[in-house]
Design a protein around this ligand. Structure first.
Ligand code: FE
Ligand code: FE
Ligand code: MG
Length: 167
């Protein structure tokens, strides 16, 4: 823990750590949902979609790294167990039980929308209070916004392809 770094945080650090652990837990669930989705995927455009899911998986894992480092800097403990991920995350884990591309895309779009809400909340909570966390949340938010758009545009392409193919 950095003592001066913790002192300059202008909000309740325990409350901040709670928000950070919620985001941290969500990242692990998102990572696994993407990673496994890329393995089980079936249907049209599956190679293109799997490549994007794999890329997002690594980006989610990198978000977990950033947040774990910030939690530790502040003297907190990242969620210690996989059971803790589901208990702590504000975003639910959607098991890729249906491997069809469209089903996986829809699940992951919902996950990104929850992530966007989570980071917007973290930014609102830290604005003018903790610049370091605020800046990190902005960096992650930018990537979650990109993720949502990537998946929605794949979803659109898939829809067009299926429509044209059926004529
Ligand atoms: Fe993420
Ligand atoms: Fe994401
Ligand atoms: Mg992408």
């Amino acid at each position: 823990m950095g003592t001066r770094g913790r002192e300059i945080v202008g909000m309740d650090v325990e409350q901040l750590l709670k928000l950070l652990n919620e985001a941290y837990a969500s990242e692990w669930l998102a990572y696994y949902q993407y990673w496994l989705g890329a393995k089980v995927i079936k249907g049209p455009m599956k190679d293109a979609v799997a490549a994007e899911l794999n890329l997002h998986a690594t980006e989610e894992l990198n978000h977990a790294v950033l947040i774990a480092n910030r939690i530790i800097q502040l003297g907190g403990t990242p969620v210690l167990t996989p059971e803790g991920w589901s208990r702590t995350s504000p975003c639910k884990y959607d098991a890729p039980a249906d491997p069809y591309v469209a089903a996986l895309l829809d699940q992951n779009i919902a996950g990104e929308q929850c992530a966007i809400t989570t980071y917007k909340g973290l930014m609102d909570a830290t604005k003018d209070k903790d610049m370091v966390t605020y800046n990190m949340a902005l960096t992650i938010l930018e990537q979650e916004v990109e993720h949502e758009e990537d998946l929605q545009s794949l979803r659109e392409d898939l829809e067009l392809m299926v429509q044209r193919g059926s004529k």
